[in-house]
Design a protein around this ligand. Sequence first.
Ligand code: IFM
Length: 466
Amino acid sequence: MTSSAPSPTLLLPGDAFPPTFEWGVATSSYQIEGAVAEDGRTPSIWDTFSRVPGAVHNGDHGDVACDHYHRMPQDVQLIKSLGVDSYRFSVAWPRVQPRGRGPVNPAGLAFYDRLVDELLTNGLRPFVTLYHWDLPQELEDAGGWPNRDTAYRFADYAMMVFDKLHDRVETFTTLNEPWCSAWLGYHVGVHAPGRQDFQASIDAVHHLLLGHGLATQRMRAAETTPHRYGITLNMGTADPAEDTQTDRDAARRADGMGLRLYLDPLRKGYYPQDMVDELAEQGVTLPIEDGDMEVIATPFDVLGVNFYFGQDFSGVDEQGRTVDDEGSPVVRSVFPGTERTAMDWPITPERFTQLLVRLHRDYPGLPMIVTENGAAFDDQADEQGYVADDDRTAYFAEHLAAVAEARAQGADIRGYFAWSLMDNFEWAYGYDKRFGIVHVDYETQKRTPKQSALRYRDTIAQFRSR
Ligand code: IFM
């Protein structure tokens, strides 16, 4: 750490987090690695999508990103300097299995082999995400996640990673935020591959979950020592904007599409009936085949929770209508409060507690790890690259307090990973939105821990020394 800026610790109760609590930082492959054409890597859907005019802010792409592929050992030192236990990273499918089919690419897999060794040598635990959105382009050309075959391709690829790393990696999570892959990628079209087809997005939901189940079954069957398997979902809260039946229905629908459509099949083995009925009313069906629900409900060990904000919902649009142009019920998001991040997302730490306690209540017996939480703000770096990010520092303080409160209310939360280790490619927003606790100067690739990183380091140390 180079800065002499003050770095006060958080005011949290002394027993808020036990010494066994897992502290970490998180990233994903396409957002930081760069080196998109090296060592046999082939294009992913994000390489293709970021070249579509207008798809990504400023025409940005991940060709270089944070150049992590070439700077990995120094980045591991940076992670170590934060005093965390674990590093959550994702593996790029098109590096390990170019084109998404056929044999493993040893040169691509070797990068993650080196990364795992480097982490362990430095006393850091690797926490692997197998899929954080970089689907090999050839699989998209063959239909992408709406195509059932992609689930089986994913399980094959997962085994390539597992076979190589399972002797040193304990935790394998399958998917990061399947809602984003399905909804943003195939329905709204603001994420790769940029399609706008509601039926295709629902097909994608089912095949993503199927891929998760298949991969989990195969990894567990191949293990020789116990591992921890999981999946990461992005979740918020959905409350009625006003205490009316219309708004309660809108909140139920939002919760159904965003949370229950994933967690009910994963934990209960069936899709929520109210959502199945409403999809049917819109002529959309889930492509379930015999045995699928048993595969999807394969037991797993940890739920990764990515939380950014909670929302209220109204069933009435600005024109006073309750049904939209397509004949669907209106589900309008109304942001609570007034404080916003640079993403224009509301700052709602109390909803974080609400979510975690609700997950504990509605899906019992499932340990949770916060696999992402953080915020983008309009950082002003000084000449040394240091950012005195009071806003982000406060965001982390409030959200860690919210996790502590959920634990105090009984929620089984075993770890917390800050999003993100460093500024990186924020998907359709390009490099303008900075989520890092470490500032990246993209001209020089210099990394400088922000105030929030120093505070996070001190917070972790505070609980360690108890
Ligand atoms: O940067 C993303 C990450 O890739 C997935 N979860 C949300 C983050 C912030 O938008």
